[in-house]
Every structure is written in C-alpha cells, then in structure tokens.
Design a protein around this ligand. Structure first.
Ligand code: THU
Length: 285
C-alpha cells in the first residue's frame, strides 16, 4: 500500500489548498472488507461493508466547512504533526479494486478519488442534502483536476488486449501465463505472450515478445504497455523494465490480473536512475 502514500498525501494537501486552509494532517489506513463491515456497523449502525469511512476530529456547524472555522481548526492542532489533525480515514482495498474495475480506471485513481472524498468529509463537506452534494461534487472535481490523475481510455483497452494475448502463452514449465499489449507513438498496437523453453534460460517474457514484435515492424518509441497475468498482477521483471526503457520517454505501464482491476504507473517509477541509450550517446559525444 506504500505506493499510494504519496498520492494520498497529495490528495489531502490539495484538498486543504482548494479549501483555502493551511496544510492539515489526517490518518489514513487500509483495512480488510471484514473490518470495514465491523466499523460501519459499530459506528454508523450500517450492517454492510463500504469503500471508505471518515471520522472527522473537528465538528463543523451546519452548512460550514473548515475555511469558515479557523478557531476549531487551531484547536485540532496536533504537536506530533505540527499542524491540525483532521481525523481518521479507513479504506477497503477490496472495494477500491472492484470499483476501479467497474469504472474502467486504475486502482490508483480510485484510491485517490476515495482519499479526496474522505479528506473533504474531514474538512466538513457532506452529501446528505442536494445542495451539500452539489458543493462537495464540485470540490471533488476541482481537486481531482488539480491532482492531474487523468483517466486515459486507452488504459482499459490495452489491458483488455493484454488479457486476450495471454491465452496464447506457451508455458509448459511454469503454467504462469502473461500477456502484453504495447502502444507505439504512431498509435499502433502490438501484442505478446511469454514463450518458455526446455532450456529455461531461453524463455522470453510477454513484454519482450511484444517489444520484439513492434521493433521488428519499425516501431521505435512506445507510449504505453499493458501487462496481464493469469494468476496475479504481473509486474515486469528487471530485464523487461530495462528493455522497455530503451524505447520510451517514460511510458505508462498498466498492470493487472486477467479478470480483475489494473493499475497504472510510469516506467520511471519502476526503473529509477535508469541507464538508457542517451547515456551512451552522451559518452560518445
Ligand atoms: N514472465 C513474463 O512473461 N513477464 C515478466 O515480466 C515476469 C515473468 C513470465 C516468464 C515465465 O514464462 C513465467 O512468467 C514465470 O517466470
């Protein structure tokens, strides 16, 4: 879950900024669906699980939000954080994944949206009544736009093509099927699957099969690759990360399990401080 930390921190920071209050802290935790159900029942009397629960530490008068209550905010000052602590938030990862799949966007985007929604609750927003709901929705949109976590319709398409490509995997040794679909700068798509060999080291991963297919047909720059595993999310191995890096200016990497949700990261997150073709060019110069 650490990979969501920086996004959650940014979500809260941008909510505070858009609300017009100084930076505030809050505690965020991922819990199981079972625990969410318990919490929902214990604290709200609702006998089912839910995606996100927020418990504000500050109470706001009706119709008011944090910007209207500077005194209440300063009373919530927490020396541990050196700023006001707005309260606690609990997420269900299971629900975040199923909702991401339902909406056809990444798990990160869903987690960020839930973090924004919860942070706004901690800042005094609600959606019980029509006008409150409209106001909260407008804030959510504003914050999501500022966060810039776009919803690229190609992501789902590439992921579904990678899931299809997985059916051709040749895996008599590992029985671990992987499919990939790569998108080049011209908008062309190429698929690949893992191809194993009795001499194990001769095995080629799905990502590199797709790269070989694309490069051998003239592609030289990639914008995105989707990778689907049959038994779990197949994050690319080290060799594949390096091979992808050869043909990319920081491509999107879409990863997931066939039949499940996918997530999207940038190649630079998977391969920081990479050694690329530019380094060799510089050396020659
Ligand atoms: N595999 C891939 O296709 N891509 C990766 O990035 C990781 C591993 C394949 C290679 C092999 O056929 C099987 O998964 C088990 O290692």
């Amino acid at each position: 879950m650490e990979r969501f930390d920086k996004w959650i921190r940014r979500a809260l920071a941008v909510c505070c900024e858009v609300e017009g209050v100084k930076p505030c802290a809050a505690e965020f935790a991922f819990v199981s669906d079972e625990r969410m159900h318990e919490l929902n029942l214990e604290t709200r009397g609702v006998d089912r699980t839910t995606d996100v629960l927020s418990y504000p530490a500050v109470s706001y008068p009706k119709g008011k939000t944090a910007k209207d209550c500077p005194k209440r905010l300063s009373r919530a000052y927490d020396p541990e954080y050196g700023m006001p602590n707005l309260g606690d938030v609990f997420f269900s990862m299971d629900r975040a994944c199923s909702q991401a799949q339902e909406y056809g966007h990444s798990i990160t985007r869903e987690v960020v949206f839930l973090a924004v929604h919860a942070s706004l609750h901690l800042l005094g927003y609600d959606h019980m009544e029509e006008d409150e709901r409209t106001q909260m929705r407008a804030m959510e949109e504003k914050v999501m736009e500022k966060l810039g976590i776009g919803r690229d319709p190609m992501d789902e398409h590439l992921f579904l093509r990678a899931c299809e490509a997985l059916d051709n995997a040749y895996v008599p040794y590992s029985d671990y099927r992987v499919g990939a679909c790569i998108l080049d700068a011209e908008g062309r798509e190429f698929t690949g699957c893992n191809i194993e060999n009795a001499s194990y080291g001769a095995t080629i991963c799905a990502e590199r099969t797709a790269v070989a297919c694309a490069v051998s047909q003239g592609s030289r720059k990639f914008k995105a690759i989707a990778i689907a595993g049959e038994k779990g999310a197949a994050w690319p191995c080290g060799i594949c990360r390096q091979v992808l890096n050869e043909f990319s200016d920081n491509m999107r990497v879409i990863v997931g399990q066939k039949g499940g949700a996918f997530d999207v990261v940038l190649l630079s997150e998977l391969l920081p401080h990479s050694f690329g073709p530019e380094e060799l060019q510089e050396e020659k110069a």
